[in-house]
Design a protein around this ligand. Structure first.
Ligand code: NAD
Length: 483
């Protein structure tokens, strides 16, 4: 089975912040891969726009270096040179007049026009304003907006209102790269294209759900930004919340942007406020040769969390009584992201107590090794009576698609192609983002009012001991954080 690549329409994609870290590591290497796969048509152009002073050739050299650095395998020298011919550059000042006339002349009217705001959020308003002033914000243009989308409900509302002055909601693509992962979309296929899972997908059969996004790195050079955000704003309000929505949502009437996003919004609105004793906040301690969080953040009195574990109740008919446990943190044991749906025990074991307890677990791995595994219980092969053993039924993409299949596109490249196609299904709508902040804000306010300090945890551990207790109190335990 070989996946088909359908070229998108010709486009001009302007990357504001085209010399920044995100453009170098993700956006440009992603576009290069889409070019090599044949999805980017010959008429397409990518226009870098940033403060640095490049001409087209200078920018092409800069992008060549980035691609060689961040696409170590699968390089195609000839393909790379042909890709670079599609690149242009305009030195621009987002907050001034410099470069805008040149950009307006360069961008074509008869192709899809997309503007990627890969700059700090304080510039989003200025960019929207200037795109409009220079006639680039017509009905067909699209803007792609990076995270963070606000830092609370008030700032997210302001940002939505600012963008809405010049762009309709159908033109705004708020990116959350977790939604672009192959497995996340496969989760929807597994749920809604099979009769097998949906009847069991509720509190009658599911004991609880665990969503873990664990990193081994600390905050590194992002300390100053991170210290004002913390795990709640940086990870939970967006990425983990989106994953929770996809697991918990009702089947949409169709796989169309507003049907899917309506259902996700209903989930966010059904989230109960979280009791303080259902949340554990942590901060990583120093280890030999490694800074503590407070040293990394250069804030010796910081109360910001680099770890968060929480128990969340979704108050609706489907999920009442089935908690969702979320956990994310830095400097943990392993770099892994997974969702685990832990089903209830069989109501009665005909095999007696010696057979032990066995549970079906559906694991959706986002990284590393994207894939879905269903743990089923079978008889241990061979003689020796009816001994039961849990085995994984692995739905790995590499195996299913065969050796000739193209690697699935990475999240960013898939999402950029969706922008060009005009498909907003995997992008967050303004009301979704606001609803997520409306749920998050009181939790953060509670910490601030109570002056709560996060618990210290060892680097390389699974987080503070209290996070284990959060589960133990309910007779459950976290899945091991491992690759
Ligand atoms: P960066 O600091 O590396 O790059 C910023 C870019 O913006 C540069 O190209 C710079 O020239 C340009 N720029 C800054 N001020 C400008 C101005 N006044 N006019 C025109 N251009 C200007 O930042 P980054 O890490 O690439 O992040 C960009 C955005 O993406 C941010 O909103 C960030 O939060 C978000 N983001 C980044 C990552 C990542 O991995 N780097 C991940 C998720 C989201």
């Amino acid at each position: 089975m070989v996946s088909r690549v359908i070229p998108v329409d010709p486009f001009d994609l302007v990357i504001f912040g085209g010399t920044g870290d995100l453009a170098r590591r993700k956006i440009l290497p992603g576009l290069y891969r889409r070019f090599c796969s044949g999805q980017m048509p010959p008429e397409a152009r990518v226009i870098g726009a940033a403060r640095a002073d490049h001409d087209d050739q200078g920018y092409r050299d800069f992008v060549r270096d980035s691609i060689l650095e961040f696409t170590p395998d699968g390089r195609d020298e000839d393909g790379l040179e042909r890709f670079l011919e599609h690149l242009h550059y305009v030195a621009i000042d987002a907050t001034g007049d410099g470069g805008w006339e040149k950009l307006a002349e360069l961008v074509r009217d008869d192709v899809v026009k997309a503007f990627y705001f890969s700059v700090g959020p304080s510039l989003f308003g200025a960019l929207a304003e200037r795109l409009y002033a220079h006639g680039l914000a017509d009905r067909d243009s699209r803007i792609v907006v990076e995270k963070p989308f606000g830092r609370d409900l008030a700032t997210a509302r302001d940002l939505n209102a600012t963008l809405a002055e010049h762009f309709d909601e159908t033109q705004i693509y708020r990116i959350d790269h977790y939604l672009g992962k192959e497995t996340v979309q496969n989760l929807m296929a597994v749920r809604f294209a099979n009769v097998l899972f949906e009847p069991l997908w509720n509190s009658q059969y599911v004991d609880h759900i665990q969503i873990t996004v664990a990193e081994t790195v600390g905050v590194g050079g992002r300390g100053a930004y991170y210290d004002k955000a913390g795990a709640m704003r940086d990870m939970v309000q967006n990425h983990l919340m989106q994953l929770l929505c996809l697991i918990a949502m009702e089947p949409p009437a169709r796989f169309s942007p507003d049907s899917v996003r309506d259902e996700k919004l209903k989930v966010i609105r059904a989230l109960d406020p979280v009791e303080p004793h259902h949340i554990v906040r942590g901060q990583y301690d120093g280890a030999e040769g490694k800074n503590s969080y407070r040293e990394d953040a250069e804030n010796p009195r910081s109360l910001t969390e680099s770890f968060l574990a929480m128990k969340i109740n979704v108050s609706n008919w489907r999920w009442a009584g089935t908690p969702f446990y979320l956990r994310t943190g830095k400097r943990l044991k392993a770099r892994t992201s997974e969702i685990a749906v832990i089903f209830k025990d069989a109501p009665h074991s005909i095999f007696g107590s010696e057979a032990g307890t066995h549970r079906n677990i559906l694991t959706i791995r986002l990284q590393p090794n994207e894939g879905i595994t269903l743990g089923v219980t079978i008889k241990e092969p061979g003689q020796g009576g009816m001994r039961l053993v849990d085995v994984p039924l692995d739905m790995s993409f590499a195996d299913a698609l065969g050796p000739d299949a193209e690697d699935p596109p990475e999240a960013y490249e898939r999402l950029i192609m969706d922008v060009i196609r005009g498909d907003q299904t995997l992008f967050m709508r303004g009301d979704e983002v606001e609803a997520a902040w409306a749920w998050t804000d009181p939790i953060i306010e509670g910490w601030t009012t109570r002056g709560e300090a996060p618990k210290l945890y060892d680097s390389g551990s699974a987080g503070p001991e209290d996070a284990q207790m959060l589960m133990h109190r309910a007779g459950r335990r976290w899945r091991e954080i491992k690759v």
